[in-house]
Write a protein that binds this ligand. Structure first.
Ligand code: GAL
Length: 358
């Protein structure tokens, strides 16, 4: 009995101490900041890369980083976020699978006084402390320009990203800024306008197979929204002898995307230097956890960010520049900056046809 009383005393003492530190977390007891990072998935190769980057940056800054990946399940993602709060996260960085669904996780965190950063993808809540991303409308414009600089008339296929990812809407907005005038002048006909569930290359392959069948292969250009889905679509195009003949856009400057560009199949990609986004997010997360105000953010309304006028409120934002990349500047932008490895990108190009090893 004495032992039990003693235990109760210890537990309540620790409970009070944790409360005094602003939360019932183990890490709060030793004052280490805990940063919870929630990923939608690791399917696109940028995400595991950024998980490693963020973890490394956190370690160097002396904070504890907890990462979770939700395998493209919005409910699982919200559960994982709730769990990270229970584990004592002082601040959250979220790459949302679903910008609507994740809003409740952001609101729940805010109710506990835990700041949240929407990383790369918007979450539709004005309780966000910040939204850090790239200029996503410009990504779309670059894709439109990349394709229309090769073919600016005929039958176009629009292949959007995941319908639950607000970025997909912004990419499409930028793409249409370039493509719509060509439609209006009668030069271009959009023969298919689709969205690729979960950004899954296998879905893009299926979509493209069906489109090519429906159009009897009469397709002149494909505005796809990232490298993964473009490479899926290219598989279907390859089967019909169209790869390398019909221009197609991508995004992310992935290894496979860059390799396909130097091999003459993918027309272009958009290089977004995630090596700049991750440190910004980690610095900001640490500042927010310390209760500091973060400079350099500009308020945007949720209506502006989503093109949905019914949404109220605004979010402090920061958007990084992007680089349009094709066969002409890939070496300078992607290889010389060390973003992708020379040996891998040019692996299947004969030695004599390669640019010099950096
Ligand atoms: C988008 C992101 C892209 C791409 C895609 C698939 O939200 O901005 O870079 O990776 O998701 O994960």
């Amino acid at each position: 009995m004495k032992r039990i009383l003693f235990l109760i005393l210890i537990v309540s003492l620790f409970g009070t101490m944790a409360f005094a530190n602003g939360g019932s977390d183990t890490a709060a007891a030793d004052n280490t900041i805990v940063v919870g990072v929630s990923f939608s998935d690791y399917s696109t190769d940028r995400w595991p890369r950024e998980a490693a980057l963020l973890t490394d940056l956190g370690q160097k800054a002396g904070v504890q980083v907890i990462t979770q990946v939700a395998n493209q399940d919005p409910k699982l993602q919200n559960d994982q976020i709730e769990n990270m709060i229970l584990q004592g996260a002082d601040v959250l960085i979220i790459i949302a699978q679903d910008g609507d669904a994740a809003a409740s996780a952001v609101d729940a965190a805010a109710a506990e006084g835990i700041p949240t950063i929407a990383y790369d993808r918007l979450i539709k809540s004005s309780n966000l402390s910040a939204y850090l991303s790239f200029d996503n409308v410009e990504v779309g414009r670059a894709q439109g320009r990349g394709v229309t600089s090769i073919v600016d008339s005929g039958n176009f296929v629009m292949l959007g990203g995941s319908p639950t990812d607000n970025n997909a809407t912004l990419f499409r907005q930028g793409q249409m800024e370039v493509v719509q005038p060509l439609v209006d002048s009668g030069k271009v006909t959009i023969v298919a306008d689709q969205w690729v569930e979960n950004w899954d290359p296998a879905n893009a392959l299926k979509n493209m197979e069906n489109i090519l069948t429906a159009q009897s292969n009469n397709v002149d250009a494909v505005v796809a929204s990232n490298d993964g889905t473009a490479l899926g679509a290219l598989q279907a195009m390859k089967a019909q002898g169209l790869a390398g003949k019909v221009p197609i856009s991508g995004q992310d400057a992935t290894l496979a995307g860059c390799k396909s560009i130097v091999e003459g199949e993918l027309t272009m990609t958009v290089f977004k230097d995630v090596r700049k986004l991750s440190p910004m997010a980690m610095d900001m997360a640490i500042a927010l956890a310390k209760g500091e105000t973060v400079p350099g953010l500009t308020d945007f309304t949720l209506a502006q960010l989503t093109l949905d006028d019914t949404l109220k409120g605004s979010v402090p934002c920061l958007f990084l520049d992007v680089v349009q990349v094709d066969a002409d500047n890939l070496y300078d932008e992607v290889i010389l900056t060390g973003f992708q490895p020379y040996d891998e990108v040019y692996r299947d190009i004969p030695e004599g046809d390669r640019p010099p090893r950096p």
